[in-house]
Design a protein around this ligand. Sequence first.
Ligand SMILES: Cc1cc2nc3c(=O)[nH]c(=O)nc-3n(C[C@H](O)[C@H](O)[C@H](O)COP(=O)(O)O)c2cc1C
Length: 166
Amino acid sequence: MKALVAYMSSTGNTKKVAEAIYGEINCEKEIKPISEVEDIAVWDIAFLGFPTHGYGPDKKTKRIIEGLCTKGRKVALFVTHAAPENEPEVAEWMTKFKQAASGAEVVGFFDCQGQLSKGTKLIMKIAPNKELRSQAKRDNSKGQPDQARLEKARVFARDTMNNFRP
Ligand SMILES: Cc1cc2nc3c(=O)[nH]c(=O)nc-3n(C[C@H](O)[C@H](O)[C@H](O)COP(=O)(O)O)c2cc1C
């Protein structure tokens, strides 16, 4: 049994979740940035992690997910976003990640809040788009993912591995 954890992360949030997941896997395993992954065929299961960019996966991310998530592959996705998990539109954004991965068998999904970087927040605050300005104002993502969220990621990893049949 071999498991891969691969992630994309500009400011470290998704990487933190990736490391929490990796720590819970008790078989042969590897963790690396997704840029170093060409094919996931050699892994029985691949945990693939991404930040939300523009209400879902951005174009490049979507291409990467579609390229890796092909027939016969088994993947568990994890995603971070600055919006709180329970905001209704977040479910919609997460569906876009699942859709991009639907060429593979998606055996698990986890998402959690990740701190909006100061730079991005600053840009949003002065954006012409009113909705972006309002989102920057409402932002409550500081310090995320915190220990409680990382613990949820660990539980997700354990459950996914326990239920997994290669
Ligand atoms: C260009 C850009 C677009 C983003 N778009 C969204 C978004 O649509 N919704 C959201 O909740 N967060 C959005 N975020 C925030 C990130 O998804 C969030 O901070 C994430 O945890 C960053 O992960 P990372 O540190 O692994 O890169 C955006 C961030 C950037 C830089």
